[in-house]
Design a protein around this ligand. Structure first.
Ligand code: 2M8
Length: 438
């Protein structure tokens, strides 16, 4: 299909998923608003419809808590999704907004990145008003991340649930979840695979084959972890380390570095400054990202925040520090060589979320192997930071080709290119638009 045809189809997907000021990831499977999904939608719409893109980002702040936290979900009014809403019951928390229901955890902090891109596409007077409106809210969010999630000033923020990292069922998180101490009844349910009996509570397995989704046992453990966090008001400081899964996630922290830089750019554009305390925290994250590097394997890994041990299971997250531009040129070159390995991260339809040559690779299952358009897009940004234009352009062409061939699916088999999960998935459409316009 011509690129004009593909971008027209991408815009149609985003129009169908539009819900007033914001866009849901997919009408049937994901009817609510998600944080990083809306950021990708705004990035995709920035050039063709900057006003809508600006509203998409403004709408995320409907959910901002009075302590600055921006939740990973805002529930759509009037959509029955009792299973999901019951987990959070945000209005029981006095810090949460009164007029919308939200989740009580966050997601990769791409807000400032998206805001900077949208601002650059807005006409001058609108741009200043938009940035002036968002700036204090963004600062409050970044302050929350440091105050509440890096209380010991380690430089890296800690996540309390895999849903916060965005790559939900990614092997390092699932491995740590399997190790968490569990009650006898949970061990029994896992051993006898009884969790499948609770499928009626799940929306996703009604709409997509169970073999392509989160496994029953992983899903149950994630629910148990959310219930535990709820007992402690989702407050990291109150969560007992022995009973929690606390991770300094490499993807999240790399994206935080990128977002910090965008926030500094926004301040500069407004003729303002970031206060020295917060600025010092930004610098500490740039440096601390280094601690997640493993010289032997030449990869970045997430770290268990309690034991300080790297969780050495390879995933696509290893490439995200490239976008943060923290790796030395030597490390960046090792990462690019790793990316181009045909038996690992560069099969016919790159980039798999887990390399194809490791035991835990599963071509069809969610974040355990399939290629996702948002991670491809972020890897492309990283390659361009290091002037790896050849590889970046090739990945861009392959990504567009994949979507053209298989449609705007949620994720794709890296081996056959088949699309899985939701059809008409918003970030697939939005980021394809961005790649086409580049
Ligand atoms: C997936 O996550 C949600 C929970 O947040 C789910 O499994 O229901 C992930 O792919 C996440 O990254 C994404 O933001 C969300 C909506 O597309 O779906």
């Amino acid at each position: 299909m011509s690129s004009g045809g593909l971008s027209a189809r991408a815009r149609e997907v985003l129009d169908r998923n539009r819900r007033g000021d914001w866009t849901c990831p997919s009408a049937a499977l994901y009817p609510h608003q998600w944080l990083w999904d809306s950021c990708f939608v705004a990035i995709g719409l920035a050039r063709s419809d900057p006003q809508r893109a600006a509203d998409e980002l403004r709408s995320l702040f409907r959910g901002q808590w009075s302590n600055g936290m921006v939740p990973h979900m805002i529930f759509a009014a009037g959509v029955r999704d009792v299973g999901s809403q019951r987990i959070w019951q945000s209005k029981r928390n006095p810090l949460a907004p009164r007029d919308v229901d939200t989740s009580c955890i966050t997601q990769p902090p791409l807000l400032a990145v998206a805001a900077a891109r949208v601002a650059q596409a807005l006409p001058a007077p609108d741009r200043e008003a938009f940035l002036a409106e968002l700036f204090p809210k963004l600062v409050a969010y970044h302050r929350w991340l440091y105050r509440e999630r890096d209380p010991q000033n380690r430089g890296l923020v800690t996540l309390i649930h895999p849903w916060e990292c965005g790559l939900d069922t990614t092997p390092p998180w699932m491995e740590q979840l399997r190790r968490m101490p569990t009650a006898w009844w949970l061990r029994l349910v896992v051993r006898w695979r009884l969790a499948r009996l609770a499928r009626f509570l799940r929306r996703d397995t009604r709409l997509a084959p169970a073999g392509e989704r989160t496994s029953d046992n992983d899903g149950l453990r994630m629910l148990v972890l959310a219930a535990r966090a709820k007992r402690h008001n989702f407050d990291l400081r109150a969560m007992p380390p022995g009973d929690s899964v606390l991770i300094e996630d490499v993807a999240f922290n790399a994206l935080l570095v990128v977002a910090n830089r965008s926030l500094a750019w926004i301040a500069h554009d407004l003729g303002l400054t970031i206060d020295p305390d917060l600025n010092a925290r930004f610098g500490a994250t740039d440096e601390a990202l280094d601690q997640l590097w493993d010289e032997t394997s030449g990869q970045y890994y997430s770290r268990n925040a309690v034991t300080n041990g790297l969780i050495k299971l390879p995933t696509v997250a290893t490439f995200l520090p490239l976008w943060a531009k923290t790796p030395t040129p030597t490390r960046a070159a090792r990462l690019v060589a790793l990316l181009r390995e045909p038996s690992g991260f560069w099969p016919r339809f790159p980039v798999p979320s887990v390399p194809t040559d490791v035991r835990h690779f599963d071509a069809d299952r969610y974040w355990k192997g399939p290629a996702w358009i948002n991670t491809n897009w972020m890897v492309i940004q990283g390659l361009h930071e290091y002037a790896e234009t050849g590889v970046g352009d090739e990945l861009r062409a392959r990504t567009i080709g994949l979507v053209d061939r298989a449609g705007f699916s949620e994720y794709f088999s890296p081996l056959t290119g088949r699309g899985f999960g939701a059809d008409d998935f918003s970030w697939t459409a939005a980021l394809t638009l961005d790649l086409l316009e580049r």
